[in-house]
Design a protein around this ligand. Sequence first.
Ligand SMILES: [Zn+2]
Length: 104
Amino acid sequence: MPASDTSRGIAVPDERHRWRCGGCGNLTRFDVVRTATTREFWHLDLAGEPAVEQSETLEGTISSVTCRWCGRSDAIQVVPRPEHDEPSAESSAPSPGTGQGPDS
Ligand SMILES: [Zn+2]
């Protein structure tokens, strides 16, 4: 098994970032090769048939991201999402009461 190539490692975009292909400008279509370690709860019935009832990803590593449009895997950039370009103002709309009274 070859050692992971960290020189070209792709950062996973968080909630404020996204991928962008520097070759063609694609923002939405990528082929992602990912290795994940998961823990699963297997529930076997009395006949021995297993069913995965719970799955939790413990660790994930992205080995490559390839643009679906132009096929380049060496031009993927992590850029800020547009909605986070400007400082976000918190909007708290007042919620009306439910109209429940204490009367019986
Ligand atoms: Zn592209």
